[in-house]
Design a protein around this ligand. Structure first.
Ligand SMILES: [Fe+2]
Ligand SMILES: [Fe+2]
Length: 166
């Protein structure tokens, strides 16, 4: 018999996966913020750390609503994204280049989250978990706003880096 027999099993598994991922992200964000040079980038990362803490509470609420165990299922994808991001940041020259490397790494994580929460939100609706779907949608929107904010910060840093180079 397979472990994930139905849509509810799959939903639960994916939630536990994101619960693991958010707990990983919470550890990575302060380290990144410390290494950021641009004050806007630092502020964006710090703000997203607070949002991520709130997302963990939201996920715990979803577990309660659905009657699932609050369990962290190891998420290989986030492990890989964070590891790769860390080495990219470490290999980059301090200043604008490192900031841009950080944004690149952070946006990959945001896009992974957007994909995951989009699917989770859809499945929650299909399963009739309306309140859970609402919470998951709130998280999804936070991730989208963060991604857009990072793009804005990125544009500013690129312009500065180009001006310097000119
Ligand atoms: Fe998140
Ligand atoms: Fe995020």
């Amino acid at each position: 018999m397979t472990e994930l027999a139905n849509l509810e099993d799959l939903f639960k598994h994916m939630l536990q996966d994101m619960y693991y991922a958010e707990n990983k992200i919470i550890k990575a964000l302060p380290e990144m913020a410390k290494k950021a040079t641009d004050p806007d980038l630092q502020a964006a990362l710090e703000q997203h750390l607070e949002e991520t803490k709130d997302q963990i509470f939201k996920l715990e609420h979803v577990f309660e609503i659905c009657g699932y165990e609050k369990k962290r299922e190891k998420c290989e994808a986030i492990e890989g994204l964070i590891e790769e991001g860390k080495s990219l940041i470490e290999e980059s020259e301090e200043g604008a280049v490192r900031d841009l490397a950080m944004i690149a790494a952070a946006q990959k994580v945001e896009h992974y989250e957007i994909a995951s929460y989009g699917t989770l939100c859809n499945i929650a609706q299909k399963l009739g978990h309306k309140d859970a779907a609402k919470l998951l949608h709130e998280i999804l929107e936070q991730e989208k706003v963060t991604d857009q904010k990072l793009t804005k910060v990125c544009d500013g840093i690129e312009d500065q880096a180009l001006e310097k180079a000119a």
